[in-house]
Design a protein around this ligand. Structure first.
Ligand code: PMV
Length: 357
């Protein structure tokens, strides 16, 4: 499929109201490095979460100017001009793929289920929820749009807002980026990974230990840029490709040892890329390392398949099968909570994807 096949020609302005809930996601194989208009340098695979979500309602009305979409944005019911540049950029990028949007004014109201200052990135769930509302408007003009094409287009648009947002629509797992492992994979949008996923992974737990509530030290767009000309970039992209192929088998056969091997290696490789780029960044904090060492000790002494992954920040995502939940929560409360800022952690688990309200 080419980008052009996402353009439908019908132009008209409508009044329409809709609201969608879109989940956050946590990458198991990381996307780090992009080219062109938000195209990934390597494929990535993520767990779709269920509790960390963004709810967005959009009320569309005809816009008299008809030159560009206009909008107002409310976050937690308050006008939030800080978000305007990101939304402006997103709308400008998607208009070529939905020209009728120019004839609309959008009143956007958004809310996150997780605390704003928790260090958890909300761009994936936020862009996915907004993209879904916009394709919902487009479906009013094109009722022939199939369910599958609806989500494909929403993922395509979400990608233009934030790459990882392409993966925040379907569950329990999604894949974004062309890989030999999945014949229908694409750099333009994410696809659900659902066939033959081992039951252990359908309700896998992700407990997020909040080590640092602050803003990211380096934005992900800056981070992606640092991969251009990075001395280890080619090897890193090769590794991610290999990991996608290997993870596909692991997701089918439920081999938790291999799951841990791949996902922890991915997390540390992402951070290693940041440590060896120019300029270089240390995104972990002392408490991140303390937690990782504790997890490794715990795994050896208990044989419980608890592992971790990291985003481009200091927080630690603990990954484990749902049957181990009670024991892991006890471990967190007795041994890890002291490393969390204000003792904060967020319990989540794999979910089924976005929902219309
Ligand atoms: O979607 P972006 O541009 O914020 O990039 C996300 C990058 C990571 O979260 C670090 C990895 C990933 O694949 O989600």
């Amino acid at each position: 499929m080419k980008s052009d096949s996402f353009i439908f020609s019908k132009r008209s302005s409508l009044s329409h109201q809709t609201a969608w809930i879109a989940p956050s996601n946590i990458a198991l194989v990381k996307y780090w490095g992009k080219h062109g208009l938000q195209l990934p340098k390597n494929p990535s695979i993520s767990f779709t979460l269920s509790n960390c979500v963004t709810t967005t309602a959009v009320s569309f009305s005809p816009n008299q100017k008809k030159e560009e979409p206009t909008f107002e944005f409310y976050f937690d019911k308050m006008e939030a001009p800080d978000f305007h540049p990101k939304i402006d950029q997103f709308l400008a990028r998607i208009v070529p793929y939905f020209p009728a949007l120019q004839e609309h004014h959008l009143k956007i109201s958004s809310h996150n289920s997780f605390p704003h200052s928790s260090g958890i990135a909300s761009s994936a769930s936020a862009m996915a929820a907004l993209a879904l509302c916009i394709v919902d408007l487009e479906r009013q003009l094109h009722p022939e749009l199939s369910e599958e094409d609806f989500f494909k287009k929403a993922s395509f648009l979400a990608r233009l807002g934030s790459g990882s947002a392409a993966r925040s629509l379907k569950g329990p797992l999604t894949l974004w980026g062309k890989t030999s492992a999945f014949s229908d994979s694409s750099d333009l949008y994410a696809i659900p990974v659902e066939a033959h996923v081992h039951s252990d992974f359908k309700n896998y737990c992700d407990t997020i230990l909040i080590v640092d509530k602050g803003q990211k030290k380096v934005s992900s767009s800056k981070g992606h840029q640092l991969m251009l000309g990075h001395p280890y970039a080619d090897k890193r992209f090769e590794q991610a490709n290999r990991h996608c192929v290997a993870l596909k088998s692991v997701l089918e056969n439920g081999d938790l040892e291999q799951f841990i091997e791949i996902t922890e290696s991915e997390a540390l490789s992402l951070h290693a890329m940041m440590m060896t780029s120019s300029p270089r960044y240390l995104l972990m904090q002392p408490n991140t390392l303390q937690i990782i060492n504790k997890i490794w000790d715990y795994r050896v002494t208990t044989n419980i398949p608890l592992s971790f992954t990291l985003d481009a920040g200091a927080n630690v995502h603990l990954l484990y099968p749902a049957v181990e939940r009670d024991k892991v929560i006890e471990f967190i409360k007795s041994e890890l909570i002291g490393y969390c800022q204000s003792g904060q952690f967020i319990e989540d688990q794999v979910g089924l994807g976005a929902k219309k309200m």
